[in-house]
Ligand binder design. Structure first.
Ligand SMILES: [Zn+2]
Length: 346
């Protein structure tokens, strides 16, 4: 899966994200990446890399020693978070050794969303019989395929994310730096935060995380930020009262993040709060052996708009909807126009 993200309101860096959401928010990142690459001589980052380094990225030089007012804490799984303090924690709490858990990098208040949830945590609910396998493809990297005939609505898989984290580093804007340096500084800071979460993962989770694709190796992203930008699904609703991009997180999964894009996807995922897990469902009938696909972008916009939003993922979609745009675009526009709009008043 190829995705992207990141944002601080002051640097204008833009979160990438998953996918069920209707905003093509990766396009700003693409332009930033292009701008950085074209305009500036990039040098390697100044902070140390963990031993698993896989990025050959070049990174814009940023002065050392910048300080932030925002505080951070590592939090026991059973403990609450401190107000005004970013939290590194593991959820769900109370799991037996060997059970899947998620490393989380949260804004204040998000952990409490789960700790205050009656009955949390519940066990994950898996399909009655296995429904997918992972396999290499000649041209699209690793992908998921159905292992049996599926009907629309069938449950394909359940998994707990490897990582759920803030989609941008909450950094100050430093007036003595250029806008591009501020953007790079935010990337560097986010990488350092992701390193803390990564070091808390089990060996198995670390290996699964670093085995995922990284399509952001040459745009200033560190290796962990690159993997998250490439594979993260937008996860909303965990920051009460915060709307928009900064109200959502990004989640990286071992399996669901392997799904390739389609403008006519055959799966959809939902996040189950009580079990802290994603559940993937078929959205129409799927033949045995068919590739399972997912939408990286809004799909009711035009083929040109979809492919513009796919630029950061490094491929051009050649599905039938994209190759038959004169037929497909009006249909999708009609569907989009029909979609009801819900206005939130409180
Ligand atoms: Zn397409």
């Amino acid at each position: 899966m190829k995705r992207g993200f990141l944002k601080t309101s002051k640097t204008q860096a833009r979160p990438l994200g998953p996918v069920p959401a209707p905003q093509p928010d990766s396009k700003t990142w693409a332009s930033i990446s292009t701008f950085l690459s074209a305009k500036f001589k990039l040098v390697r980052t100044v902070f140390s890399r963990p031993e698993y380094e896989t990025n050959d990225s070049t990174i814009l030089a940023v002065p050392e020693g910048l300080k932030e007012k925002i505080r951070y804490q590592e939090c026991d799984p059973h403990g609450g978070s401190t107000p005004d303090c970013m939290t590194f924690t593991t959820l769900p709490n109370g799991m037996e050794p060997g059970e899947p858990v998620t490393e989380c990098f949260f804004f204040p208040g998000s952990k409490e969303v789960f700790m205050n949830l009656r009955g949390f945590p519940q066990p994950m609910v898996h399909p009655s019989t296995p429904a997918f396998r992972m396999a290499a493809t000649p041209d699209k990297g690793t992908a998921l395929f159905s292992t049996r005939k599926l009907k629309a609505g069938d449950h394909i898989l359940t998994e707990r994310p490897l990582f759920v984290g803030a989609r941008g580093a909450p950094t100050e804007y430093h007036a003595n730096l250029t806008r591009e340096q501020n953007t790079q500084y935010a990337l560097n800071t986010l990488e350092q935060h992701f390193e803390i979460s990564f070091k808390r993962m089990s060996t198995e989770s670390k290996e699964a995380f670093m085995a995922l694709a990284n399509s952001h190796k040459e745009d200033g992203s560190g290796p962990l930020v690159g993997v998250v930008r490439t594979n993260g699904l937008r996860l909303s609703g965990l920051r009460p009262g915060v709307k928009g991009d900064m109200g959502s997180y990004t989640a990286v999964c071992k399996d669901i993040s392997r799904l390739n894009h389609s403008c006519s996807p055959n799966t959809s995922a939902r996040f189950d709060m009580l079990s802290f897990s994603y559940q993937l469902f078929a959205v129409h009938d799927i033949a045995k052996g068919e590739e399972l696909t997912y939408q990286y972008t809004p799909i009711n916009c035009s083929a040109a708009e979809r492919n513009k939003a796919l630029v950061p993922y490094g491929f051009v979609c050649a599905c039938t909807a994209c190759t038959n745009a004169p037929t497909s675009d009006p249909r999708r526009a009609a569907i989009e126009a029909f979609r009801p709009v819900v206005t939130e008043w409180v």
